[in-house]
Design a binder for this molecule. Structure first.
Ligand SMILES: *[C@@H]1O[C@H](CO)[C@@H](O)[C@H](O)[C@H]1NC(C)=O
Ligand SMILES: *[C@@H]1O[C@H](CO)[C@@H](O)[C@H](O)[C@H]1NC(C)=O
Length: 295
């Protein structure tokens, strides 16, 4: 398989050298979590990657140090975010549904992209039922249309950790969402799709199956699953979503969330409030960390 990227792991960061936003390949072993290094106050070194976008960046000989870690993609690099509804088998079963034959899809605009470690602004109308959804997120590396499952990985640059921030009343409450559940308005507010800490190449992760995914709210473990439980895996999603629709280079596919969201907690749902910290970890990719900020 020809690789779509010149790097294995890419971060976007503010340079300690010159204060500019740059791309880099972290110079730490692949099992070390960049976010934890930064939280511990360690100086994380990178090899500078040069280029006008994450997907085209190429290695240089220059070393640099991260002053501030950003998300790996800026909104301008992402044409659109395609999202999958119910997709973890355990979650579909616990929700009492039969397994669907085809994935359920919705879209987020690119202004929903946010950086790891950035506060997520929650507008007043969306503050009563704010929820998290930790998700494996696919980064499309080359325009894809009508791609077979066998060829699907040739179009995937890599994977990043995502959080599909959701506002359950505007999604489900008939008085607000209308008679049919609607997912776009309730999940598309600015910065409702934070990404981080790095994009890890398909060269390293293959089809990203068998990776543990965990979500914490203020250090309390809420979601604990494994991407091997996805009903529609990466190959199937890329193939089905590209049928008759071009998945443009830079587009993202958020693959759905496992059980354990706040809205499903028993006996009482627990929604996010001002100042809550949500952390999503995916094995092999790292930790995405954001604080909820009521506007
Ligand atoms: C999609 O691609 C397959 C295999 O390349 C081909 O058989 C099929 O006709 C194509 N379908 C459309 C709608 O283009
Ligand atoms: C995730 O699933 C894969 C495949 O079933 C398994 O090999 C791996 O041990 C699982 N990881 C964890 C942390 O449970």
């Amino acid at each position: 398989m020809a690789s779509l990227t010149h790097w294995n792991r890419l971060v976007r960061y503010v340079s300690a050298k010159n204060g500019q936003v740059r791309y880099g390949e972290p110079i730490i072993d692949s099992t070390t979590d960049i976010d934890q290094q930064i939280a511990a106050g360690a100086a994380v070194k990178v090899r500078v990657l040069k280029g006008s976008s994450a997907l085209t960046a190429v290695p240089t000989d220059e070393e640099d140090t991260i002053q501030q870690l950003l998300g790996p993609l800026s909104p301008a690099e992402v044409p659109i975010v395609r999202c999958t509804g119910l997709n973890y088998k355990s979650h579909i079963a616990e929700s009492g549904f039969d397994f669907p034959e085809y994935p359920t899809l919705f879209l987020k605009p690119n202004q929903a992209i946010a950086d790891t470690r950035e506060a997520i602004p929650i507008p007043k109308l969306a503050q009563s039922h704010c929820d998290y959804e930790g998700e494996l997120t696919i980064v499309i590396g080359k325009d894809a249309k009508n791609v077979s499952e066998a060829d699907a990985l040739d179009y995937v640059a890599g994977y990043v950790v995502g959080n599909d921030i959701s506002c359950r009343d505007w999604q489900l409450d008939k008085a607000k969402a209308g008679m049919i559940q609607q997912w776009c308005f309730s999940k598309s507010f600015d910065k409702y799709a934070p990404l981080g800490p790095a994009i890890v190449s398909t060269k390293v992760l293959g089809d990203a199956s068998g990776l543990r995914l965990k979500t914490y709210v203020n250090d309390e473990l809420r979601q604990d699953s494994n991407t091997s439980d996805l009903l529609f895996g990466v190959r199937k999603l890329v193939s089905f979503l590209s049928t008759g629709q071009t998945l443009e280079k830079g587009s993202l596919i958020m693959s759905g969330t496992p059980g354990g969201v706040g809205a499903a907690m028993k006996p009482t749902p627990q929604f996010l409030t001002n100042g809550d910290e949500v952390v999503v970890e995916i094995e092999g990719i790292g930790t995405l960390r954001n604080v909820i900020r009521f506007e």
